[in-house]
Design a protein around this ligand. Sequence first.
Ligand code: THU
Length: 159
Amino acid sequence: MKSKNISIQYREYGRADELSADQKRIVDAAIEETKKSYAPYSKFHVGAAILLEDGSVISGNNQENAAFPSGLCAERVAIFYAMAKNPDLKIKSIAIAASVNGVICQDPVYPCGACRQVMLEYRTKGREKMEIITVGRDRIEVFEDIDSLLPFSFSDIPE
Ligand code: THU
């Protein structure tokens, strides 16, 4: 028997002005996007903004439904729209923010398992790193690649 460990690395920023201009652009877009989310049931308003390799930004927010499973997370709304409209472009970076009662949450919000799997799909296709930026009120975290948020992932049927 062998006991093994894995570790993940991420960067924590106390202030948004320490981010690059592109990172700041999608952080601001994700925060702005929370205002348009449709979340009458959870009242948890999530915004996601994607930076594509051509520099364009596409954002989305969570959309809920009276038949609960029919809603969709902000990340997947943004990713599916971005990929439907730009199938040949790679996703460079995704920022995620959430608010309750109009106030951005203190702690960063992390993507759910299903969203991580969807992110990984397009990252695998692109064969380049996909950065994830999680936004809290007083701190922002940057994960260099989606891999670190979904270790031991299922990515293909093994040969
Ligand atoms: N939600 C997201 O949009 N993204 C996440 O990463 C976590 C959860 C949404 C789904 C639902 O509308 C609400 O937040 C409460 O779970």
